[in-house]
Design a protein around this ligand. Sequence first.
Ligand SMILES: Cc1cc2nc3c(=O)[nH]c(=O)nc-3n(C[C@H](O)[C@H](O)[C@H](O)COP(=O)(O)O)c2cc1C
Length: 350
Amino acid sequence: MYRLLFTQVLRRFDAEAVHHATVRALALLSTLPLLKRLLHRFLAPSDPALRVTAFGVHFPGPLGLAAGFDKDAACAEALSAFGFGHVEVGTITAHAQPGNPRPRLFRDLRQHAVVNRMGFNNAGAHAAARRLRRTRGVPVVVGVNIGKTKVVPESEAVADYVTSAKELAPLADYLVVNVSSPNTPGLRNLQAVELLRPLLAAVKEVADSTPRRTPLLVKIAPDLADADVDAVADLALELGLDGIIATNTTIRHAGESGGLSGRPLKERSIEVLRRLRARVGDRLTLVSVGGVEDVDDVWERLLAGATLVQGYTGMIYGGPLWASRIHRQLSRRLRRHATTVPAMIGRTAR
Ligand SMILES: Cc1cc2nc3c(=O)[nH]c(=O)nc-3n(C[C@H](O)[C@H](O)[C@H](O)COP(=O)(O)O)c2cc1C
């Protein structure tokens, strides 16, 4: 049904226009308590076998929505009602910014991929904090992903992230330092350990000072050399971070400039996950993202050592029931194997 709608109608419209219309509809749904609760009842993961706990936070299912869809924390509740086990909002920057000129979002239907160069368009940390403070009608686990404001020079990046962290860490179930998006000039340089150490240490101090101590993760690019993946993993351990999200989009592709996501990213994303697991074992929570399309992908990531799995492009091609469907299929598979998500994590890891 969704495939028909997508191939016959949606693909004819500008990708970003479809995106904004969807977010507006979901934001409206977030204000309708009865409908929201009804959807949540039927679509949200409810099988106890799907439940997983990471860094002290309870997730109803392992599959969440990756950052970049709900950039302004406008519709996390509705997304939870549609079956996501968590929603990572953002990337949010300390100051509001418009992002790059349009067009900046492109579909590649043949490859089930997307290229984007959005450039962190968002209304800023203060506006997001106001939205996150609203009471919630349905349970939703919210991760908050923060990045650098474009006009802030690299030399002032730490202060810029700290501003966002102070606004948002108290409102987040977990906080993510994003240093891996390809569309803010210089951002990915912050992945170099000598720049990353002071940045993560400063944000961690803020995250640690909230009443509940907000868990802190770092999100990395698939384009890091293997040695640099190891170096970030070692640094995360050294600083006592809670986890690593791997991976963001890749710039290794032909065509429109920007970050590529979806099916072509799958192989490298899994490779980075396996590498991280071999390095850190279960001392850090690993969140695997990149090219997740179906229940087989989620299963594979869990076995390889991911505690949580995220997707974004898979939903563009799979439709609004994508997460709910995968959780249902995963639940059936777990029952067939008489097991649970926590028992599957890292089963095939070295
Ligand atoms: C349109 C779009 C916008 C994105 N924006 C962000 C962002 O703001 N921050 C971020 O950390 N990742 C962002 N991402 C990356 C995703 O969170 C994810 O890491 C990446 O798309 C790989 O997952 P996928 O193949 O399931 O899409 C974006 C991805 C897309 C497609």
